[in-house]
Design a binder for this molecule. Structure first.
Ligand SMILES: [Zn+2]
Length: 601
């Protein structure tokens, strides 16, 4: 068993399309580089750039109890119970002319090893403007894009692409009743890709002027060059984009006090659940990202993506030790989401989970039927079969689903879909990061494998319509095949009936983090909220335990599917070191046999 991320690294070495990396490339740069880069975006009031003068790795060495209390946000997505290390490495650094700066390189992903950069900058030197005027689409003129792409092709590339983005984000955290400073950031830049034969050259820049883009184009072209020197001219046509998400209230126009007020309400609601609640952590985040994609095929498309997120983690203390509860909410919509989502309700639910688990008994062990509650087990299908349906992994022979198109790979009850068009969902996009409209892609229909997910270059090579699955973490990364919202579709059995027809088994009300081997489909997930099913009834809560199985086998063993489809909480999918927001979902369903790694006799 190995984790997804290391696996992806191995695969990258064997890629048939070697990537020559410029700048930071697609892998994670050294923390110091990142810090320096971060600082370079935040000039001092007098216009000088901040410079890192020292940085040191700071690892919190408090024990497991303390560790769990410190986790907020993605706790349920991590297998941290089995990992004595903190999944967060904190770098403390000082910059000339600035107060302390904190940089956290945090693992925030379905896969324990996959990383996502998070930063908090408390420098006193700048105050970013609050409007998005001068965003990428306005800053980069269409004529400039045409000239840059033409220049990129002139040196021998056969395909060139400019991806530009301008992203503003805000985050705030509450811990121990104290609201940490609300932080805002802005990242703006462009990544340029040039393909020549089997070679991809890539360069990125934060300089969006014509000369900045041209230098990046030349660097990418030089990396991809084969030197046929032919003349190519690029003419761009703006694509009509179907907007999938609508925004009423842009979060960057909402006062910070209103965001902090949400956190206070969460804290109050969770603590009012009872004196056993000893710790409440909550995180708020929003982002507003404008993207622009142009390529030498003549494509020109842009989009704006707005996201709002809330994560709540609660610890209860009792005779059996500490227990945690977790809730989260994330949507691709504006701040108006908080008019309809009751954050206090989310907080009370997180508290209820932690309190319930104080009375939990050890989980059984062995193979038994497992019922997974609606909207809580989608991560299993994302990890255990979604990645195996990504055309790049399939092409590299790293998927159990290679060569299986048209074959029965799951129970005939099972239909698996990846759909980037679902309004407001966490993984929803109008266009992917290669400028192509997202779609509803049916991957498994009534148990039969129908199709894989594709990025643009792969579909271009195979002369098929792009599936809208080319995504990247930022302009500093190359796109890859990625999921959007991945789910199992609804069946026709009432969820109550599924429980009633289960004589002895386990009901999982919340699945935790896990590890999957995409080549074999073997998985281990944590069950963070689970109950015993006895004689058709949900009875006692169970302590946390592992759920062990094989993805393709589990799909075959699904013997009943509920009529109560629901999407789950927001997730970040990690692949080859890049994190992107994804949604998952599923109705209540039963797998006839999965292994529970409990400790009860
Ligand atoms: Zn993933």
């Amino acid at each position: 068993m190995f984790d997804v991320d290391h696996h992806a690294d191995e695969l990258a070495d064997g890629d048939e399309s070697p990537v020559i990396r410029c700048g930071h490339g697609e892998h994670q740069p050294a923390p110091l580089d990142l810090l320096q880069e971060r600082f370079s975006h935040h000039r001092r009031a007098d216009g000088r750039r901040l410079q890192v003068i020292d940085a040191d790795l700071h690892v919190d060495r408090r024990g497991a109890g303390g560790e769990r209390r410190r986790h907020s946000a993605a706790t349920r997505l991590l297998a941290q119970r089995h990992d004595p290390r903190r999944p967060e490495h904190l770098y403390r650094a000082r910059a000339k002319g600035a107060r302390r700066v904190r940089f956290a390189n945090r693992q925030l992903c379905f896969a324990p090893q996959a990383r996502r950069h998070r930063h908090a900058v408390n420098a006193n030197a700048r105050r970013p403007p609050t409007s998005l005027t001068g965003s990428v689409a306005e800053v980069i003129d269409q004529d400039v894009l045409q000239r840059v792409l033409t220049a990129a092709l002139r040196s021998g590339g056969e395909f060139a692409e400019v991806y530009a983005e301008d992203k503003r984000s805000t985050s705030a955290a509450l811990d121990d009743g104290r609201v940490e400073q609300v932080t805002s950031g802005r990242d703006r830049g462009a990544g340029i890709r040039v393909v020549a034969g089997e070679t991809t050259g890539f360069a990125h820049t934060s300089d969006l002027t014509e000369s900045g883009l041209r230098s990046a184009a030349e660097a990418a072209a030089a990396a991809a060059r084969r030197g046929d020197g032919g003349t190519h001219t690029v003419a761009l046509t703006r694509n009509d984009v179907t907007r999938r998400n609508s925004v009423d209230v842009y979060p960057d126009e909402v006062a910070k006090v209103d965001k902090v007020a949400l956190l206070r309400r969460v804290d109050d609601a969770a603590r009012s659940a009872g004196p056993a609640i000893v710790q409440v952590s909550a995180g708020y985040g929003d982002s507003r990202k404008r993207i622009l994609v142009a390529n030498s095929d003549g494509l020109l498309a842009d989009d704006e993506i707005v996201r709002c997120l809330m994560r709540i983690s609660v610890v209860a203390d009792g005779d059996t030790g500490m227990q945690t509860g977790f809730q989260s909410m994330g949507h691709t919509v504006g701040f108006e989401i908080f008019d309809t989502v009751d954050v206090e309700e989310l907080a009370r639910d997180a508290a209820r989970q932690a309190l319930t688990k104080l009375n939990a008994r050890p989980a059984p062990s062995g193979s038994m039927p497992v019922v997974i509650k609606q909207g809580t087990g989608g991560v299993l299908f994302h990890e255990a079969c979604g990645h195996g349906l990504e055309a790049d992994l399939v092409g590299k022979g790293a998927s159990v689903y290679r060569g299986k198109t048209g074959e029965l790979v799951a129970s005939p009850l099972v239909t698996v879909v990846d759909d980037g068009t679902m309004a407001g969902e966490w993984g929803t996009l109008s266009i992917d990061d290669e400028g192509h409209g997202t779609q509803r892609n049916v991957l498994i229909q009534d148990g039969v494998l129908t199709d894989y997910m594709y990025d643009f270059l792969r579909s271009r090579k195979e002369a098929r319509v792009p599936s809208g699955n080319g995504r990247r973490q930022s302009y500093m990364h190359l796109p890859m095949v990625r999921m959007t919202n991945t789910f199992v579709t609804e069946g026709d059995t009432a969820p109550d009936e599924i429980i009633r027809s289960t004589d002895h088994g386990v009901y999982i009300a919340r699945l935790g983090g896990g590890q999957v081997n995409t080549a074999s489909g073997d998985f281990v997930f944590g069950m963070t909220e689970a109950y015993l099913i006895e004689k058709g009834e949900i009875t006692e809560p169970l302590r946390e335990a592992n759920l062990i199985g094989n993805g393709p086998q589990a799909l075959r063993d699904i013997d009943v599917i509920g009529d109560d489809f629901a999407m789950g909480g927001p997730g970040t999918c990690g692949k080859d070191g890049q994190g992107v927001p994804v949604g998952t979902g599923q109705p209540t369903l039963r797998v006839a046999a999965l292994t529970i790694g409990g400790t009860a006799a």
